[in-house]
Design a protein around this ligand. Structure first.
Ligand SMILES: C[S@@+](CC[C@H](N)C(=O)[O-])C[C@H]1O[C@@H](n2cnc3c(N)ncnc32)[C@H](O)[C@@H]1O
Length: 288
């Protein structure tokens, strides 16, 4: 039984970080003309209403999208990310002033959809009984999107390797189950066996309850080459309360993704950090 609902967290600092990294990655894939596939195993509802009771309960968006929304001097990938948010809110002309918040916040499927070109496609997995119908409704009649209700980890078996032989898999679980790291490691093994050249991206929180080092060790132990790790912490890591940061592990990153992230993450850190605490970091867990 899943209880996590992303509506309570939509647009928080971890979403901003995750979605900017996703933009950098998909823009890199779009540098070649050939079509790609984007597979999102834990897709959520697709869009979130920041005026809803759920979003307003903890107002997590005030420490995320509110800190960059309306920003005119953002680095190019952040500007593209803000463009995706604006597109869901009536376009750039209606972007709010700095400090405001948009009504609608796009989940990872909407961000990816904004960047899709003719011929690209996406496959979205969602298991939650209330999120999955919302996701299906969000992309109903869109022929480049396939929504699959059920365990998203199964998509790595049923949909890999893709016909395009190019693309990325986002694994963005809610870490409700203690054995989530086992599922991630198994999914990566499965995916890599079926499609060794695919890009695999795993999001994780930096908090005392979810040990990032254990996840890193499991992925390195799997023997995969080319594993990049990007982290953005807005508080010191030893802060015992809540989420102090977030990380993304990227297996087989596109050429120069490390350099691009190294450019954009310090800017994001300056905007999102609480009293300049925390850090932004990009490092290789396993070289090529
Ligand atoms: C962190 S949220 C996803 C957010 C989304 N990727 C985004 O960035 O907008 C995690 C989602 O995974 C769903 N979920 C949890 N376990 C799942 C599983 N095994 N398969 C598919 N979805 C799952 C939850 O219901 C939740 O909607």
């Amino acid at each position: 039984m899943l209880s996590y609902r992303h509506a309570f967290h939509a647009g928080n600092f971890a979403d901003v970080f995750k979605h900017v990294v996703l933009v950098v990655l998909l823009q890199a894939l779009a540098r070649k003309d050939k079509p790609y596939v984007y597979l999102d195993t834990h897709a959520g509802a697709g869009r979130y209403d920041l005026h809803s009771e759920a979003a307003r309960k903890h107002r997590e968006f005030t420490s995320g999208i509110a800190r960059v929304w309306g920003e005119r001097e953002a680095p190019a990938p952040v500007a593209a990310y803000l463009g995706a948010v604006a597109a869901l809110n009536g376009g750039a002309a209606r972007m709010a002033a700095p400090g405001g918040v948009p009504r609608w916040y796009p989940g990872s499927p909407r961000i990816a959809h904004h960047l899709l070109r003719n011929g690209d496609r996406m496959v979205l997995g969602e298991m939650h009984s209330s999120e999955a119908p919302l996701l299906q409704r969000e992309f109903a009649h869109d022929r480049c999107v396939q929504v699959v209700r059920g365990d998203g980890y199964h998509l790595l078996k049923s949909h890999l390797p893709p016909a395009e032989r190019r693309g990325a898999v986002l694994i963005d679980p809610s870490y409700e189950r203690r054995e989530e790291i086992d599922h991630i490691a198994a999914a990566l093994r499965e995916g890599h066996q079926r499609w060794a050249t695919g890009i695999y991206v795993i999001w994780y929180p930096v908090m005392s309850k979810v040990p990032a080092a254990a996840l890193h060790r499991r992925i390195v132990a799997a023997g995969l080459p080319k594993v990049l790790c990007a982290e953005l912490c807005v508080l010191p890591e030893d802060n015992p309360l809540g989420m102090n940061g977030a990380g993304m592990i990227i297996v087989n990153p596109p050429f120069q993704l490390d350099a691009e992230l190294q450019q954009v993450l310090p800017w994001l850190h300056r905007r999102l950090a609480v009293d300049r605490q925390g850090r932004a970091e990009v490092r290789w867990l396993a070289p090529g």
